[in-house]
Design a protein around this ligand. Sequence first.
Ligand code: HEM
Length: 494
Amino acid sequence: GLYMLGMFRKRRPNEPPLDKGTIPWLGYALDFRKNTAGFLRKMQKKHGDIFTIQIGGYYYTFVTDPLSFGPIVREARARLDFEKFAMELVARVFGYHSGTNDHKLLEKASTKHLMGDGLVLMTQAMMDNLQNLMLHGVGSVDREKKWQQDGLFNYSYNIVFRAGYLALFGNEPIKSHGNSEKAKKHDRDHSEELFGEFRKYDKLFPRLAYAVLPPKDKLEAERLKRLFWNMLSIKKTLQKENISGWITDQFQDRADNGMPEYMQDRFMLLLLWASQGNTGPASFWLLLYLMKHPEAMKAVSEEVDRVLKENGQEVKPGGAQINLTRDMLLKTPVLDSVVEETLRLTAAPVLIRAVKENLNLKISSGKEYAIRKGDRVAIFPYTAVQMDPEVHPEPEKFKYNRFLNEDGTKKSEFFKNGKRLKYFTMPWGAGTTICPGRFFAVNELKQFVFLMLSYFEFELVNPKEEIPDIDPNRWGFGTMQPTHDVQFKYRLRY
Ligand code: HEM
């Protein structure tokens, strides 16, 4: 028992500093969960670039020197494995038990449909769905242009979640409704209902992942899981129109591998959460930073106008809807920098690998550390690099051109201790587990901002309102959410 509680573990020669915390077995679990960023900052100050801490019976070695990330991210799976930890987590939060080759299948479908040429189709699908949702119920030229008011977080998350969901999981077939307007209405209603339920689940998510939900909330999480398995079931999804290849290929590959249908239904929930849980909150921060930084707003607006003009498009009264293509979205260096800067400030995943055999980890100072089999190695890029003032001067500040060179091209040279960094911001993670949807996600964010700026004028209800703090409960899970919403108003420009 004492062994299990970690009482006998001592630091051995060449091992990183060991800090077990004061509570047996739990170690620092409570501090870590309460505020991961604040806690790790304290540990980094106390122990330096590498240290081992106890969290809920496991020993985690955190590496905080970004010049030393390479060996961890690139280490062979036989020694540092990501899958075991991920499998336990997805079983707990989605009820999904993965099959053989699961990760390979995900990579294959994502490379084909969410990157490169695959993005041409996805951009078009996203465009159609965004316009269906954004331009409905906001008045028209014939009617008075009325201001609408909403919470900016609620509005952005709602629109981007629903459009992204419809673009990936498909639309209601027109033939079931007789005409396209009725089918579009069905898409709006159905996606609104799904978003409402998803937000309930989203709020429970961090405590569900840490397995610390009280019984009542646990029941609610169970109810929600079942509801999603049903709403997203393979039977219902395959009846849709315009389903993305990302969904159909993954379904087909798993069916070929003999995965039963009820497990495929659960997999759909995993895909929904992975694809829709981060982009909506990121779009909120993006619009808010623009509204609070007029020079950034001006630079992005000018870029949007230029790209539209170069493609012979214009938003005008009674004019056609704009059609933003993948090619047009490749010509926006300013907006790219704004997206990168937004994610640097608000995306904060933890990367975790299980140590499969004893190994030596060499860090950038040249020193080698012994890491024990059975432990875990972790990186939290938010405090380690995204907020490092040496890498990003005045890291708390939003600087829209931080990722632009003086000649207006993309900047990717950042340094620490005089050495160039490969990993200078890591919103998508890195290595084998890097987010496979990152190109589609950036596209979605850019499309949303592009359409907001083209179709609407919008402002904060209280222009003096400060940018809200980050909710500390979600550190480690991807894009952060604010502690509270901010009211804004918007209306059609023409
Ligand atoms: C701003 C938006 C997004 C952010 C910040 C983000 C970030 C991340 C991060 C940090 C990971 C985990 C990396 C790791 O474990 O090391 C991840 C995984 C994943 N993301 Fe994203 N993501 C975003 C949007 C998307 C979108 C739009 C899609 C799909 C359309 C997507 C699909 C996935 C999938 C399927 C995984 C699991 C990959 C695996 O199991 O290896 N993500 N994402």
